[in-house]
Ligand binder design. Structure first.
Ligand SMILES: Nc1ncnc2c1ncn2[C@@H]1O[C@H](COP(=O)(O)OP(=O)(O)OP(=O)(O)O)[C@@H](O)[C@H]1O
Ligand SMILES: [Mg+2]
Length: 458
């Protein structure tokens, strides 16, 4: 089993020894924004000048950017950049306190797509501070350092430790925009978003409910943007669960796949909350929904380029397009109930998915609707044994809570935030986003398993 994500990232940031190679006078690659060897005195930062060519910049996707500054003027520049029209989809927050404030803040908060930290420290003093930041950084977070010393050696030391870029104060607005563009808009950059495909082992096992709650949890707990796509075109329930009735949605996206780009997709999304958008199913039967295997590929590609998390709610079917979506997804989450038909189907799914994607991790398993009074059930150990995977979470049958949430168009954590089921859904959100590992069932008890995790972050 792999190490927790933040440790991997910390290791990457720190894997180089403190002694970096000499050669401060070696030329830097063309186009790299890097300091020059000579030390410089500090000057007041400048706002964007009319000569700064921001007009060529493409809009920035739905990324979260947080800055911890040491100098008010740097904070003002970043804040100003955050208000640029090309940054409207990004969530930019600026605060003071430098690296120490960032370390303190991320003890309890998940890290965003990009952290900008400003520091007046130099050499090993700065590196020691950044080590503390690496310890609390989640996988996939980029760190950009704004320093006050124009020093190539410092630049190299930081880049070799996994820092995305080192800028020298005073920075300009276009420095900030350039960094954001190179990290998130560059067509050569890896896709920003991770796709999480949720499917049920049988009809009605609660796969959609779990998918919607996990989407909600990621968006509200991690403040990271999520698009929830409902691929059950005929019978999808995401619109009901989020109390939305958008005129357009996933049908327009797939039936005009050749037209779909980021602007068009934006128009089809219904906003459920600050960080959660829904691409709803029509949930009508006025046409047939027959698709070719690749019909959803373009839509998911476009969504992935602009948003960090894509939750895909899949129907209980087995078709060419379903196989294609599963083979391209970053994470797969199978929801099953503790009965024989679910076990057989889950086994077939796990085996087939392993064949389709032999080099990927196995799907995550959610055992749902467990402990129904008087119903004979397969135990968790007997269910997971033949599959060779642990259950990520085990959720009891709670018709009162699920029924109330559904009737109110609410998520479980809105209906009963203190319930263990809300906590389990938060745990699942942490697991599928790589923020937590699956805990073997043998080490946890139904009903109190969450309290047994050593919780580093809420
Ligand atoms: N743990 C649970 N306890 C009680 N009811 C639940 C539980 N989980 C889900 N439900 C309820 O089960 C019903 C079916 O859920 P849902 O539509 O999410 O299942 P599904 O697997 O997506 O079904 P479909 O095969 O139609 O896509 C819903 O009414 C939901 O509120
Ligand atoms: Mg469903």
């Amino acid at each position: 089993m792999s190490e927790p994500a933040h440790d991997q990232h910390a290791e990457m940031m720190l894997q180089q020894t403190a002694q970096a190679d000499s050669g401060a006078d070696m030329p830097l690659e063309p186009g790299v924004h890097a300091p020059q060897p000579a030390a410089q005195t500090y000057q007041e930062p400048q706002m964007a000048q009319p000569t700064e060519n921001l007009g060529d910049m493409r809009p920035v996707p739905r990324v979260a950017i947080q800055a911890f500054c040491d100098v008010e003027a740097t904070a003002a520049i970043i804040d100003h950049a955050g208000k640029d029209r090309r940054m409207t989809k990004a969530h930019v927050k600026v605060q003071m306190g430098g690296i120490a404030a960032a370390v303190n803040f991320y003890q309890t908060a998940t890290t965003p797509n990009l952290i900008l930290v400003e520091s007046r420290l130099e050499g090993m003093d700065m590196i020691h501070e950044l080590e503390k930041l690496a310890d609390v950084c989640d996988e996939g977070t980029n760190v950009v350092v704004i320093g006050h010393r124009n020093d190539v050696q410092m630049y190299r030391d930081l880049i070799s430790r996994g820092v995305a870029e080192y800028l020298v104060a005073p920075i300009s607005m276009s420095d900030v925009m350039d960094i954001v563009t190179s990290l998130f808009v560059n067509p050569d950059a890896a896709p920003l978003g991770s796709t999480m495909a949720f499917l049920g082992a049988k009809g009605g096992v609660g796969s959609s409910t779990i998918a919607h709650n996990v989407a909600w949890s990621i968006s509200s707990n991690f403040k990271s943007d999520v698009i929830l796509t409902d691929f059950d075109l005929a019978f999808g329930t995401a619109n009901i669960d989020f109390d939305q009735d958008p005129a357009q949605g996933v049908a327009e996206a797939v039936f005009s796949a050749d037209r779909i780009d980021e602007t068009y997709l934006d128009r089809l999304l219904a906003k459920c909350s600050d960080h959660l958008s829904l691409l709803a199913a029509p949930s009508t039967l006025d046409r047939e929904y027959d698709f070719s295997p690749d019909d959803f590929t373009q839509l998911l590609d476009v969504a992935q380029r602009g948003t960090p998390n894509i939750v895909v709610d899949l129907p209980h079917v087995w078709t060419g397009w379903m196989r294609q979506v599963l083979s391209n997804a970053d994470k797969i989450i199978i929801t099953a109930t503790p009965d024989l038909a679910s076990l057989r189907n889950t086994k077939n799914l796990v085996d087939t998915i392993s064949e389709i994607r032999p080099n990927d991790e196995k799907p995550f398993l959610v055992l749902n609707q467990c402990n129904v009074p008087k119903r004979p059930e397969i135990s968790v150990a007997d269910f997971t044994g033949p599959l060779g995977i642990e259950a990520s979470v085990v959720i009891p049958f709670e018709p009162a809570l699920f029924g109330l949430a559904s009737n109110n168009g609410q998520m479980i954590s809105e209906t009963d935030p203190k319930s263990e089921i809300a906590a389990s859904l938060d745990t699942l959100a942490q697991i599928v986003t790589g923020r937590r590992e699956v805990q073997p069932e043998s080490k946890k008890k139904m009903g109190s398993f969450l309290s047994r995790f050593s919780k580093k972050k809420e």
